[in-house]
Structure formats: C-alpha cells, structure tokens
Design a protein around this ligand. Structure first.
Ligand SMILES: NC(=O)c1ccc[n+]([C@@H]2O[C@H](COP(=O)([O-])OP(=O)(O)OC[C@H]3O[C@@H](n4cnc5c(N)ncnc54)[C@H](OP(=O)(O)O)[C@@H]3O)[C@@H](O)[C@H]2O)c1
Length: 438
C-alpha cells in the first residue's frame, strides 16, 4: 500500500490536533483511507518552542521550501493562518503539484478565486471543510448532499466566541466586557478578538457558504456586517421578555433572483432551533427547494473538532474522492454573479432600543418620526422608573430605556428615521436597531 505523504504547514492549535489524530490512529487511517497516511513534515515558525506533541525525528522543521521541493509529499495541510505569507505558500504548493487542505477562511474569502484557479490549472484540489463551522460537516453537506436542490436560504451562527458571550451575558447576568475577558482566558476568543465580535469572522465564513450554495462570487464589501460589541445586557433581557434570543446571525437568501446577505445581531424566536444553540456551538440552518429545512450543529471551532474536519479532508484526498468532486464545486467558477440586494431595500421587523428622558412628549416625538418614515409600531416596552429615582434626579431628567418592536419595514426607512432621531436631544446617543428573524 503506497502511503499518502503529508506535510502540515503550521503546528499550532489545529495543526497539533491533526498531527495527534494521524499519529495516534494509524490503523483508523488505513481502514478509512485504504492506505497509510504518513506525516512527513510539520512546519513552524519557531522550532525551539515547546510543543504539546511528540513527533517522529526530523518531522519538525522551519523550512517550508523543503515541503514545496519534496516530490514525495502529495498533500500539504495549510494551517498557518493569516493572508501573508499563507497565500504565497499555498500558490507555491499547488504549483509544485500538491493537493492542499486548509482551515484558513480569511485566505479563502479574500483570495479563493486565485487559489481555486491555480488548483484547477494544476489539476489539483483544495479541500476546506474546516474553514467554516469547524467540526460541522457543512461543506460536504452543501457540496455533495444538497446538490439535488436549489438552496433557498442559509441562516447560521458561525462565530462560537460571540455565541458564548451572548449566552453567558444573559444566563449569568454579566456584562459584555466581563464575559469577553473570560472567553479569551478559555481560548475561545483570539488575543485580539476584534474579528470575532465585530462580525468579520462570521462574514468570511458566510462568503464561502454563499459562493458554494449559490455559485456566485460575493465579497465582504457587498453586505452589511455588524457585531455584538455594541450590545448591552438589557438588550438581551428585553429580547428575552419579548420571546426572543439575540444571536449573531449570518444570513444568505435567494429572493426574486437577488441575494439578501448580512451578518448582524438578530432577534430569533425562542422556539426556533437556532435560538437553542448556546455557548461556543455553531448551527447552520439551510433550506433547499426539494429537501426543505435542514439543521447542522456542533462545535464550530477548537483543536479536535477542527482537526476532525481537516483529517476527513485528508482521507477524502487519499481515496481520490475530493479530486472527483472538486471540479464540480460551484465555487469560484466563472458564472455571472447574482445581484446582491441593496442593504437599504432589505425588509424585516426591527427591535429598537433607546435611552430617553422620562418627560412628556418624548415618546410622541419618536413615534411621529417613525410614522413619517413609514415605520409602524407593533409593540412598546417602557418600564416605570421608580419615584425615588425621579425624586433624586430633580435637577436633570431621568433616562429610561424605551423598546419598540416595529412591523416589517425597509432598512432604508430605518436609516432615514435614525437621522432624524439623532437630532432629538431627549434621546441618548447609543441607539440600538436589530432585525428580527421570526
Ligand atoms: N483554532 C481554531 O479553533 C480554528 C478553527 C477553524 C479554523 N481555524 C483556522 O485554522 C488556521 C490555523 O489556526 P490555529 O488556531 O491553529 O493557529 P495558531 O495556533 O496560531 O498556529 C499557527 C501555526 O502556524 C505557524 N506559522 C505562522 N506563521 C508561519 C510562518 N511564516 N512560517 C511557518 N509557520 C508559521 C506557527 O508557528 P509557531 O508555532 O512556531 O508560532 C503555528 O504553529 C487559521 O487559518 C484559523 O483561522 C482555526
């Protein structure tokens, strides 16, 4: 049996998990792949760093060129993260005739077009199950199991860090800053968590899913993206009172041959499966015209769940399955792109939260502005402020929260209403506006 010889480029969190599975389960690899999978090289930046794994002699190296030039290595697992030098290295690996497995969604999102073209030119393949939703086999589901369908919609929780923070805030009544710190200590959030909490990470994954589901090219600049970094505990509590959970929802829908795309904190009805996804877990809810609604959930990141997805790709390549499907993947092909619906035209119900002065006419002013912009109100919550609070603030007006749920309206209407609301001195600057996914 000729072994499949593999090099891992990047032996960090995920790379170490991949090496562990390959080294600890050789029999499983032979059983599943039909031949041995041999780890020939593992490339890192700093070979003197202590590692959480013992590798066979001469496997660890800091010389990526030794992989590119080694004709015995059939497959490279690209797990070094970032764009540069990851992009150049991946192109060189493909040009050197190697198939590539990667978990690097940022790289695929920005340079997938170029990388896929190179792979097709070289008659090689790129497998990337681990790039979206970690251990959940969503790329296989979309690329293989759903191919009888026209995908109609994808609604997904794709960032475990954000979901962990939202869950902890509501369950334990903790502040955003406090839970973010814990997420970093637990290793869920990066040292710089900006891309997790501002929606960028989820948006990069949505770009890949959308391209695969709809066979169209999209990029990050084409759609609205916001994160959980502006939310307060009170928003999660008001949503709870109204029968919703707030989730960082990534949405891609085909409506009248246009794509509706966005990533934003969204109110999700509590009886929907997406609302029940707590902690660092992910879920992808996908609807096809034949199959109807389907849900996929599990660990969206972490060493072993992500390594599980990477090794399944290695096995697919060892068998020859990945190469067979690669050319047919509806991804970074040359079809005419589908138009993306202008953000202002997207319609939804909305949750609005203001901090207003507790005095006459303020609500009337807000209602008038919303009404003038064609926004009709479905329900309102304003809890009574205590008399003590009012008494102790005689000199200045007391600020109280006001929550408004609207009927369906366009984002454009909300933006023009917000410009007028901004002028009202009785409303404080932080105004929250979130879509509702019923
Ligand atoms: N962590 C997760 O749960 C997860 C989940 C899904 C996808 N991903 C994706 O998987 C990829 C890897 O993530 P990770 O968390 O495993 O990253 P990581 O822990 O930061 O590991 C990166 C590895 O790459 C090596 N490296 C970096 N720059 C290099 C260079 N110029 N030359 C050679 N080696 C270099 C590092 O070497 P040193 O060890 O010497 O520093 C390290 O071993 C990323 O694209 C990430 O987005 C991660």
């Amino acid at each position: 049996m000729t072994p499949l010889r593999v090099a891992i480029i990047g032996l960090g969190t995920v790379g170490t998990g991949v090496a562990k599975i390959l080294l600890e389960h050789p029999d499983r690899m032979i059983r599943q792949a039909g031949r041995p999978i041999e780890l020939k090289k593992a490339i890192v930046r700093d070979i003197s760093r202590p590692r959480d794994i013992t590798l066979p002699e001469s496997v660890l190296s800091d010389d990526v060129q030794s992989v590119i030039e080694d004709d015995e290595i059939d497959l490279a697992v690209q797990l070094m993260g970032g764009i540069d030098p990851a992009r150049k290295i991946m192109l060189s690996l493909l040009k050197a005739g190697k198939n590539v497995v990667t978990a690097n969604k940022a790289l695929l999102c920005e340079h997938g077009d170029e990388l896929f073209q190179e792979a097709r030119k070289q008659n090689r393949c790129i497998a990337f199950e681990a790039a979206v939703a970690g251990g959940i086999p969503i790329i296989h589901a979309l690329g293989q199991s759903m191919t009888a369908n026209q995908i109609v919609s994808i609604e997904a929780i794709l960032n475990g860090t954000s979901n962990f923070i939202l869950t902890e805030m509501l369950d334990k009544k903790r502040t955003y800053e406090d839970v973010l710190k814990q997420a970093q200590e637990l290793g869920y959030a990066e040292a710089d968590p900006a891309m997790d909490v501002d929606g960028t990470d989820a948006a990069q994954k949505l770009v890949i899913l959308t391209q695969l589901a709809f066979g169209t090219k999209v990029n990050l600049e084409q759609f609205t993206r916001s994160g959980i970094d502006n939310l307060n505990l009170e928003d999660l509590e008001y949503a709870d009172e109204l029968g919703y959970k707030i989730k960082l929802l990534a949405v891609s829908k085909l409506i009248n041959n246009e794509l509706e795309l966005h990533v934003q904190p969204t109110l999700v009805k509590k009886d929907r499966p997406l609302a029940a996804v707590d902690g660092a877990f992910n879920m992808v809810a996908m609807e096809g015209d034949a199959v109807g609604k389907t849900w996929y959930s599990g660990a969206g990141a972490g060493q072993m769940p992500t390594a599980s997805a990477v090794v399944s790709d290695i096995i697919d390549i060892a068998i020859g399955r990945a190469q067979l499907g690669f050319d047919q993947l509806d991804l970074w092909q040359k079809q005419k792109p589908l138009p993306v619906c202008a953000a202002d035209n997207i319609t939804s119900r909305y949750y609005l939260r203001f901090h207003i002065e507790d005095k006459p006419h303020v609500f009337a002013d807000i209602a008038a502005i919303l009404g003038n912009n064609d926004i009709s109100l479905a329900s309102i919550i304003q809890h009574e402020s205590s008399e003590d609070n009012v008494a102790s603030n005689k000199s200045s007006a007391v600020q109280v929260p006001l929550v408004v749920m609207t009927h369906r309206t366009s984002r454009g209407n909300l933006i023009s209403a917000d410009k007028e609301l901004e002028q009202l001195s009785s409303i404080s600057a932080q105004r929250i506006c979130l879509p509702v996914a019923d």
